[in-house]
Design a protein around this ligand. Structure first.
Ligand code: C5P
Length: 322
């Protein structure tokens, strides 16, 4: 592989995984918890491989970052509807010039990327990822925190009381059935996102807090599947890709850190935890392998940026002429 070490290959497939992880991924590929319906023959694309600019335009044209607002059914009829924001996230936030998306990967450890990350106009972080004690590697600015419903509901994350969640804008999501309307989802969420949302809003009424419309996550899923040659996991994309697409709709340029692993690549799952599992980087439940293939193809930065900084550069949707 020459002078540069290996960087993410955009044709990664489950056949390249170790046998343990390959079996786990294959099980998830066969499972269909959310009732995903495939479009097209076998649901697998036989179309020619799109170029990076074509993929970017396809994403821009087919995906909309939607959030729940107080006027939407069934929420409008519920007593707590007024806790939901009156306007969608995309009309309240941005536009930002330059943004950072900070994956929580273990390879951020000892990266020294903190200053660079903080130099962006807006920084998005995920779930329980802390900055305190890790400033040198991940920075300290948090503009948006994208959290999943599992983190909101689990006792060990202390979502309602931990100061980790109290800075910046919160955005939450929960996997919904593939073709469910909001009422069906409301009655059958994966985790109790709505009870936790109401509790949090009562405790922190001034902090902006949005909930993603579940249609968004499946629109992103469809972009991945339509551009892969094999069936991907029929589960929603990881927070990492959802947050990246969210920032592409708010920012002129988006820098994603350690989503495509750098020379520091490690089986350490998160930079903030002593837990090792290759599935964190390669995916098991989430179609993370394929998300990374897609991001690699859309990257406008160099392979060297990936190798040394774990950095991918993506244009914001406003900057694309499709
Ligand atoms: O684990 P968590 O979902 O909180 O991490 C945030 C995101 O960072 C993941 O959804 C995934 O996209 C990305 N990630 C990664 N490699 C890791 C850990 C996280 O790509 N080792």
């Amino acid at each position: 592989h020459g002078l540069l070490g290996e960087v993410w290959d955009d044709e990664m497939s489950s056949s390249m995984l170790g046998s343990r992880l390959r079996k786990v991924v294959q099980n998830y590929q066969a499972m269909n918890k959310y009732g995903v319906q495939l479009s097209g023959p076998g649901g697998v694309s036989s179309r020619p491989k799109l170029s990076g600019p074509e993929l970017l335009c396809q994403l821009k044209d087919n995906v909309e970052v939607m959030t729940l607002t107080a006027d939407l059914q069934p929420f409008s009829a519920l007593p707590w509807a007024a806790q939901l924001p009156p306007k969608p996230l995309t009309s309240d936030l941005g536009p930002y010039k330059s943004c950072a998306v900070v994956s929580s990967a273990g390879s951020l450890r000892y990266s020294g990327l903190g200053k660079e990350i903080d130099s962006h106009d807006a920084v998005l972080r995920f779930n329980a990822a802390p900055t305190a004690g890790y400033e040198k590697d991940v920075g300290s600015k948090t503009t948006i925190r994208l959290i999943n419903s599992q983190v909101m509901a689990s006792d060990d994350h202390r979502f309602l009381s931990s100061s980790l969640y109290s800075s910046g804008v919160l955005v939450a999501w929960d996997p919904a059935p593939f073709s469910a309307d909001l009422t069906q989802w409301y009655n059958r969420t994966d985790y109790p996102i709505f009870t936790q949302y109401q509790r949090y809003r009562r405790l922190h009424p001034l902090q902006p807090f949005y909930i993603l419309h579940p249609r968004f996550e499946w629109q992103v899923w469809q972009r991945i599947q339509d551009n892969m040659a094999e069936p991907i996991q029929k589960n929603p994309p990881s927070s990492g890709l959802l947050g990246t697409v969210l920032m592409m709709s708010l920012c002129e340029v988006v820098h994603v850190y350690e989503f495509l692993p750098s020379r520091r690549k490690t089986e350490l799952c998160h930079y903030y935890q002593r837990f090792y599992d290759a599935a964190c980087t390669l995916g098991a439940y989430h179609p993370l392998l394929y998300e990374k293939n897609l991001v690699k193809r859309m990257n406008q930065g160099s392979d060297r940026d990936i190798y040394t900084h774990g950095r991918v550069t993506l244009p914001g949707f406003s900057r694309l002429n499709c």
